[in-house]
Design a protein around this ligand. Structure first.
Ligand code: NAP
Length: 287
């Protein structure tokens, strides 16, 4: 089935998702706040729109991939009057649990079918169309939205209701962020103690303490390849705060998430905000 899909937000993830939707044969309309990030998609075959209202005209599916819930509300308030009734809204931005409820309610008020659809995977899986989509929305519209998930992802995990997908996403990101900080701090400690990091990696090699993600992030730090970011420090800080807030609201203390958010804030303050979140490493040093 060929659809008209409007992608609002063509940052790291949105641009890659838009390109894969085009490759899958869909008609893709894009908009981004900074026009410079949407313009190159014209060469791939996207229609570049000057504002959200123009971008969503004639769309069967609106896909939001923005920074946070506030950005989604702001952009969709401009888009709502132009979206055709009955269109599908795939909301892939990582937002708070209360944002999901609010956005789902707004979708209902404007006659849109809302899919809570955050994704797992970073720049490279997004570019390869290999994301994992966590999806929850009206069961009777699943078949219509499936071609979109198949274009951007390798796997769709269906959940029973909006909010459940974002819950699972926050749980998964809690693990991802904790691993990133743990690897960065371990390297910082090795450096401070004069321990060759290779000795540490040899020590854990192939055993239960070894971990592919640790090796990937440590590799970026050691090679100084933190730009372009797969997942930027400022975005990771936003997610850490969403995780800590979700924990607080549900009666659990998440000390690592709180401390991790502060590490990301310090790294951003040191000038690493646009670098990959592995730059949390720098937060271990005064400057
Ligand atoms: N990168 C990853 O590995 C990854 C993985 C899974 C999920 N996510 C989630 O996916 C979302 C996008 O992440 P990303 O890595 O693609 O980030 P990104 O490259 O920074 O893109 C963020 C997008 O949001 C736009 N934006 C921010 N504030 C806005 C506002 N007030 N109004 C309109 N547009 C606004 C930005 O526009 P400008 O270009 O004008 O700044 C940009 O298009 C985030 O929620 C993130 O948590 C990221």
């Amino acid at each position: 089935m060929t659809l008209t899909v409007s992608v609002l937000g063509t940052g790291i993830m949105g641009a890659a998702m838009a390109r894969n939707l085009i490759k899958a044969g869909h008609t893709v309309r894009v908009w981004n706040r900074s026009a410079g990030k949407a313009a190159p998609l014209a060469d791939d075959g996207a229609v570049v729109a000057p504002n959200p209202a123009e971008a969503v005209r004639d769309a069967d599916v609106v896909l939001t991939m923005l920074y946070d819930g506030a950005a989604v509300r702001e952009v969709m308030s401009e888009a709502f009057p132009s979206v055709k009734a009955g269109a599908l809204w795939v909301q892939s931005t990582t937002v708070s649990l209360s944002d999901v409820d609010q956005l789902a309610a707004e979708a209902g008020q404007h006659g849109l079918a809302f899919f809570d659809a955050p994704v797992l995977g970073t720049r490279q899986p997004a570019e390869a169309g290999q994301l994992t989509v966590l999806a929850a929305g009206p069961a009777d519209r699943r078949d219509e939205v499936t071609p979109v998930f198949e274009a951007v992802g390798a796997r769709t995990v269906w959940l029973d209701r909006p909010g459940a997908a974002t819950r699972l996403k926050l749980v998964a990101n809690s693990w991802v962020l904790a691993l990133t900080h743990a690897g960065a701090e371990t390297l910082a400690l090795a450096e401070a103690l004069g321990v060759d990091p290779d000795m540490f990696f040899e020590l854990i090699e192939g055993g239960p303490l070894d971990n592919g993600y640790l090796r990937a992030k440590a590799g970026l730090i050691r090679a100084g390849k933190l730009s372009p970011a797969g997942f930027a420090v400022t975005t990771a800080e936003k997610d850490a705060r969403l995780i800590a807030e979700a924990g607080r609201q549900h009666g659990v203390r998440l000390d690592l998430a709180e401390a991790g958010a502060e590490r990301f804030r310090r790294a951003a303050e040191q000038g690493h905000g646009d670098e990959d979140m592995a730059a949390t490493y720098y937060a271990s040093f005064e400057n």
